[in-house]
Design a protein around this ligand. Structure first.
Ligand SMILES: [Fe+2]
Length: 334
């Protein structure tokens, strides 16, 4: 069974990507930012997720104002970096996981969350910058496949924080009904407080940001009640990106272990926030996996036959495009 083992929250400031691409990481201004992610990269290297789900927003790169899906799930085999006006970033093409993405799409839609299915999409800094901050700068390939989930936070009305949180729970149900044994990490990106234009351009509200991070860790339901107006007033016009962190948080246990947090201001004109939250069941599942890899514990005959049956059923349904555990329900709808 696939499972979500941890969540990562990270700002996706475009200037961080530019600093990386132009070799400025050792400059004092940027070193302050990048040094805050050194521990995170070590954590990620040890965690070695099989798949990452990255909740991000497109900044008019893949979707123009002519078409703005509220929630768009990337089901393609690959997602090239977008040209954001100065050429695509020099980062590897993001490889997808079409089988798990199709499973999530179908499970979540049948769970009454109406996702847009995207079979071709370029991804901008909203996705690639957090990837760099957690996975470093690989030359040829990212270390794991990625399922992008784009959320509209650029044109009113964006989804509510509560809707995002509940979508996270639906994504978790989807992941946990996927028969393959995969460890999944989910990212929430964007924010923290910032406003790019207008009379309040440059707004940063550290007190509000830190309170958001505290509640994200300990009392996320409190955050689901924040209205759009409060994000705008307290965190600036672009602070609404923070609702995407609630998709990530909804996919985790109610009680989580906060293993790392970093906050600094400013980067460009934005507050940079970062948090790593682990599900508490993670330790057991990780040790079980390590034991299996070491050959200390192998599935018995009955277990092997169950796994073979699940693989067979999964391959049949992958060919048909339907998730295994939804078979009866889907058939009844068809
Ligand atoms: Fe953004």
């Amino acid at each position: 069974m696939a499972k979500i083992i941890a969540g990562v929250g990270s700002s996706h400031v475009p200037a961080i990507g530019a600093a990386l691409d132009n070799g400025k990481t050792e400059e004092p201004y940027w070193k302050r930012v990048f040094s805050g992610f050194e521990k995170s990269k070590k954590w990620m290297a040890q965690t070695k997720p099989d798949v990452a789900i990255v909740v991000f927003n497109d900044h008019a790169s893949a979707f123009s104002v002519e078409m703005i899906p509220t929630f768009a799930l990337g089901c393609a085999a690959e997602f090239p970096p977008a040209d954001e006006g100065w050429g695509p970033r020099p980062v590897p093409v993001v490889m997808g996981h079409p089988a798990l993405a199709a499973h999530i799409a179908q499970s979540v839609i049948l769970d009454e969350f109406d996702l847009t299915i995207v079979n071709k999409m370029e991804v901008d800094h909203g996705l690639t910058v957090p990837m760099n901050l957690l996975f470093g700068q690989p030359k040829d390939a990212w270390p794991c496949p990625v399922i992008p989930l784009a959320v509209n936070v650029v044109m009113y009305p964006p989804p509510t924080g509560h809707r995002c949180y509940m979508l996270g729970k639906a994504i978790r149900r989807a992941v946990e009904s996927y028969p393959e044994d995969l460890n999944v990490v989910i990212f929430g990106t964007g924010g923290l407080s910032h406003q790019i234009s207008g009379p309040r351009a440059g707004l940063i509200n550290s007190k509000w940001d830190k309170n958001f991070l505290d509640n994200l860790s300990k009392d996320p339901k409190k955050l689901t009640r924040i209205p759009h107006l409060e994000y705008m007033r307290e965190a600036g016009a672009e602070g609404i990106e923070m609702v995407m962190w609630l998709v990530m948080r909804g996919a985790l246990d109610d009680k989580v272990d906060e293993v790392y947090r970093f906050y600094t201001v400013p980067a460009s004109n934005t507050a940079v926030g970062h948090i790593i939250l682990e599900n508490r069941k993670r330790a057991a599942s990780k040790s079980k996996r390590i034991a299996r890899e070491d050959g200390r514990k192998r599935p018995n005959a009955a277990g092997k036959s169950r796994q073979a049956a699940a693989r067979k059923a999964s391959s049949v349904f992958r060919r048909s495009g339907l998730p295994v555990r939804r078979r009866k329900r889907v058939n009844s709808i068809i």
